[in-house]
Design a protein around this ligand. Structure first.
Ligand SMILES: Nc1ncnc2c1ncn2[C@@H]1O[C@H](COP(=O)(O)OP(=O)(O)OP(=O)(O)O)[C@@H](O)[C@H]1O
Ligand SMILES: [Mg+2]
Length: 291
């Protein structure tokens, strides 16, 4: 009896010893894993710092560069306008044409530089939102005026639907105009015939949806996802003839977010596209103050 009890004790002792050994081994393993995780965290932290520095550097480079480009571009633009106004003597028709080329190219470059500067400002969190009360009639007529020279020379109609029965908005009208301006200029670029239509309607009770629809070349479904990313442009015969940086839609998305809203699109190749932005009727105080 005593012998068998002893045997059991010995077995239990052996079991306990084995368990203790196993648990010690496990603890050691855990310690090692822990250290590994800590090392990984430290590495991640370092990488995050490096990434932040790289991104800051990129933003700073973009803003310095775009800023420095503006002055010479401004001189080119004012000198071409002096020339085309013939203040220093008359120009031949051919010279007029050439000066017009120079000024169009300089204006395009200047738009591009402005886009880059906006992007850099947004990335650095330095863009300011200045909301004010305004009427959609004013916004639409400003846009109509802006596009008149392009539309007059094109086979495409630009139609602004009357914004009847819509309340006044309290938001940053410049940012909203910038979003719509890019939607409209894209639609005009990618539409050979038919119309580009700009409309506004209430979305629920406290938001408004602006849409720009066109009867243009459209965009294949598999390309829809990346469209609002930086430098995203679609390869098409039309694209090759047109200028642009591919920053417009990405800026639209960021501006919409700044206004507390969002952008979206629907499109079918060969039929046309609709680009829209939905924003609050009145920008929330905290969104306005954040920036
Ligand atoms: N209405 C549209 N119809 C067809 N394709 C479009 C339309 N709008 C945009 N796209 C496609 O999306 C791309 C990105 O547009 P985005 O406005 O970002 O750049 P961009 O117009 O090429 O250049 P940027 O606006 O910077 O001058 C365009 O190059 C074009 O391929
Ligand atoms: Mg564009």
């Amino acid at each position: 009896m005593a012998e068998s009890e002893n045997l059991i004790h010995a077995e239990q002792a052996a079991l306990i010893a084995r368990l203790q050994q196993e648990s010690a081994a496990l603890r050691e393993e855990l310690d090692e894993t822990n250290q590994g995780v800590l090392a990984l965290y430290a590495e991640l932290d370092n990488q995050a710092v490096a990434l932040r520095e790289a991104s800051d550097l990129k933003s700073r480079f973009l803003s310095y560069m775009s800023h420095e480009f503006r002055t010479p571009l401004g001189s080119i633009l004012s000198i071409t306008s002096l020339l085309s106004d013939e203040l220093d003597g008359p120009l031949s028709p051919e010279q007029h044409r050439q000066v017009a080329f120079v000024s169009t190219a300089a204006r395009e470059l200047s738009d591009m530089v402005d886009d880059l500067l906006d992007l850099a400002k947004i990335e650095a969190g330095r863009i300011s939102i200045s909301p004010a009360w305004f009427d959609m009639f004013d916004l639409f007529s400003a846009l109509r005026g802006m596009f008149r020279p392009i539309v007059d020379a094109s086979a495409v109609d630009l139609i602004f639907e009357e914004p009847v029965g819509l309340p006044r908005l309290y938001t940053d009208d410049k940012k909203l105009a910038q979003i719509l301006r890019n939607f409209i200029s894209n639609s005009l670029k990618f539409t050979a015939r038919g119309e580009v239509r700009v409309s506004a309607r209430l979305e629920g009770t406290d938001r408004i949806r602006f849409a720009v629809s066109d009867t243009g070349i459209g965009i294949a479904a598999e390309l829809h996802d990346d469209l609002f990313e930086d430098f995203s442009q679609i390869d098409s015969p039309l694209q090759k003839r047109l200028r642009g940086t591919g920053l417009g839609l990405s800026l639209c998305k960021r501006f919409a977010a700044l206004l507390g809203g969002e952008v979206g699109m629907q499109s079918e190749p060969g039929v046309g596209s609709v680009f829209f932005v939905i924003i609050p009727l009145a920008i929330a105080a905290e969104v306005a103050n954040e920036h």
